[in-house]
Every structure is written in C-alpha cells, then in structure tokens.
Design a protein around this ligand. Structure first.
Ligand code: ASP
Length: 393
C-alpha cells in the first residue's frame, strides 16, 4: 500500500558506522593549492562481478583505479585528492539517515583541510543522500558533488569513468558552493533531482534547470542557477530525526490503515515520564497526490479523515504531487486549502527532499507547528515557495 521512510528517534540511536579507512593520495597533480576529498561510500560504481556474475562492492578497487587514472592525475582542472574509502561499502538501497549523518560528519570533520568534496555513492538513493547533505551542511561554501554509475568502472563500457572525471572537475571549482548530483553529463542541485530511469540518464531535475551540462567539448556551468555564496561559517547539523510516513493517496487508498498508523503510539521509553505518556509513532505524514478532485469528492473526504486524526496528535501533514514534473495549478491549491488549511502543500519539491527536510527540521527539535511553517519555505533551493517569506536554518 505504501512506503514508510523513518529515521531513528532520539530513543533508539542509529546503527554505529564502521570506521573509515583513510588512503592518502600519492598523486602529484594540480596547479594550485586546492585539494579534494573523495568519500567512497559504495554503489555500483566500484562493484565487480563475482563468480556467479552478480555485482558486488570490492574493497579498494575504485580507490586504486582513481589513483591510477591518468585523467585525474594530469588534468589542470582537477585538484589533487585524497580518498576515504568506507570500511563497509554500501549498496545505497541499504542506507538510511544514520548513513547521511555519517557522510555529513565526514565532510564537516575535514571541511577546513579541503576545498571540495566528491561522494562516490550508489544510485538508488543518491538523491536522498544529496538532499540530506544539502540540509545538514548549513552555509556550505564549497562544492560537494555526489556521483555514481549505472555500469561499474570495472566493465569495459561504463559511465563510471566519465562521471568520476567530470565530477572531480566540478568538485575543483570554487564557484560551486552547494550539494549537487552529477550524472550523465548533467549537474543537478542535489535536493532537486530524482532517479527516474535505470539507464545512463538515470537522474532528472524536472522542476529546476540543470546547474551545468557537458557540451561537445567542455563543461558549462550555469552560474545564474547556482546558490549564492553564503554569509557565515559552515555548520553541520547531523541529527536527522522524525518518523515520516510517505503514502500515495491513490483512488483506492486504504485510509483506514493510514488513520490506524496515525493513531499508533511509540513504544514507551523512560523519556515518557511517570504518567507513561506516549508520543505518536509518526511525527509527520507526507501524502503524494494524483490530484485534489472536487471539493466534495473522494480525495477531499480521504484528506479530511487523515487531517482530523493527525491534528489530534499534532502530526504534521504535508502533500506533494505524484508527478515528477510540475505541480498543482493555483485553483487546485486553493481547493486543497479549502479542504483543510492544516495540509502543508509543498509545491514543486521532490518527494525525497521533502522526506529528509522533515527529518532535518524535527532533528532541530522544532515543535510540529514550526516544522509545518518551515516546510513550504525555501531553505536550500529545494522548493519554489508559494508563500512569501524567507527562512534561515
Ligand atoms: N544498488 C546500487 C546502489 O544504489 C545501484 C547503483 O549504484 O547504481 O548502491
């Protein structure tokens, strides 16, 4: 019926990450004093076929290949680099908030030593990681480029090599001061893209233009679309929290189950105090809509039932459209507001960005009313706001 994205709550700490292995580069390249840190997290990019022909991550392979790549050693556009290869290389489908927090902490921990960062990552949930990093790294003034590949570097024909080389060029460019995904010759804002295909062109950013594209002979950065240089020093907020349920409101959606979930309590913890008061299981629900229907139709009735229960437990209710591209028209937004002003409509935000933004705001220990107020506002270029107003977090 539905998918649920959850981050660990304060009561249950995230899984302990395996220690990283730092492998300093011996590459004597680059013309200036800039330096890049590569965080090799996992994914197809560094996988190889095992005896059964199945792809699996192979420790050390991508790291060694990158050290040996002539293009990375000799290009004047690519700064020298070091690689931190994670001790446990991850398939990104297995990653969660604890992993995003760890990557953010690794960037922050090395922030002053490096001028740019490349995260080599699996493609399946790359847009979640990129979105999470965009929120967690506040006042980022260096490039953080997340890339991966559909076909591993070890295969004779692959997209891994090109993605790595161009990403390293962009990670060397001081004009970029945001978290981006580079894939298939396009640079996307990290919190604006989604994986939509299982082909080389796996990612798209349907509601915001690419920040740069590879032209016939060179990469063209579209500076007008980039986030401006921030004021203030970079701060990391690596405490993603908040249990977010993401549900499609399909014509035959099982609203009874959604309502039952909203009524459900968390298992009691010592934090509940003597009266044993229990918080709701979910902090927020993100509904993906096919449309709003008529003011008296099925969707309106479904929404009213959901809102009534959510409101009782102060659970934030957000909504986005199911379509990758575009958003509801003004009349539909008006109708949605008429159904219930409690529903926070997220305009053109990606589902992945909306989920991790909720975790980020709850991680700041904000009350539900403030989370609801901040969700439709633009924090990191993730949304075209319908509301007039700006927020700094
Ligand atoms: N399952 C892989 C991952 O996301 C797929 C890939 O990297 O393309 O880690």
């Amino acid at each position: 019926m539905s998918s649920t994205a959850t981050a660990e709550s304060a009561g249950s700490p995230p899984k302990a990450p395996a220690p990283a292995v730092a492998l300093p580069s011996t590459i004597p390249c680059g013309g200036d004093s800039r330096r890049i840190l590569v965080l090799y997290v996992g994914g197809t990019i560094g996988m190889m076929k095992n005896a059964e022909g199945a792809l699996e991550c192979v420790a050390g392979y991508l790291t060694q290949q990158m050290h040996e790549m002539r293009e990375l050693r000799e290009s004047a556009e690519i700064a020298p680099f070091d690689i931190i290869e994670y001790a446990e290389l991850l398939d990104s489908s297995d990653m969660n908030a604890a992993d995003y927090c760890r990557i953010a902490a690794d960037v922050a921990g090395h922030y002053d030593e490096y001028d740019g960062f490349l995260v080599a990552h699996g493609t399946d949930t790359m847009h979640y990681t990129a979105s999470a990093l965009s929120f967690m790294l506040h006042n980022l003034d260096k490039p953080v480029i997340v890339t991966g590949a559909m076909v591993p570097l070890a295969e004779p024909y692959n997209d891994a090599r090109r993605n790595v080389i161009i990403s390293m060029m962009i990670a060397s460019d001081p004009k970029v001061c945001e978290v981006c995904v580079f894939f298939n010759d396009s640079l996307f804002r990290g919190n604006r893209c989604s994986k939509v295909y299982h082909t080389y062109g796996a990612f798209t950013s349907a509601n915001y233009p690419p920040l740069g594209t590879m032209e016939a002979t060179h990469f063209v950065l579209k500076e007008e679309y980039l986030l401006p240089q921030p004021n203030g020093s970079m701060k990391v907020m690596s405490d993603l929290r908040g249990r977010v349920g993401c549900y499609p409101l399909d014509p035959d959606a099982d609203v009874d189950t959604i309502v039952a979930l909203l009524e459900h309590k968390r298992p009691p913890t010592t934090a509940d105090g003597e009266d044993g008061a229990q918080a709701p299981l979910l902090d927020a629900i993100l509904l993906t809509l096919n449309g709003v229907g008529s003011a008296t139709g099925t969707v309106a009735a479904q929404l009213r039932r959901i809102v009534k229960t959510a409101q009782k437990h102060s659970i934030v209710v957000c909504a986005v459209t199911r379509e990758i591209s575009g958003t509801l028209n003004a009349l539909e937004v008006q109708r949605l507001r008429a159904i219930s002003p409690y529903i926070v409509y997220l305009n053109d935000m990606c589902i992945s960005a909306a989920e991790v933004k909720l975790m980020y705001l709850f991680g700041k220990n904000l009350p539900p009313s403030q989370v609801a107020a901040l969700m439709p506002m633009n924090l990191r270029g993730e949304i075209t706001p319908l509301l007039v107003g700006a927020a700094k977090l």
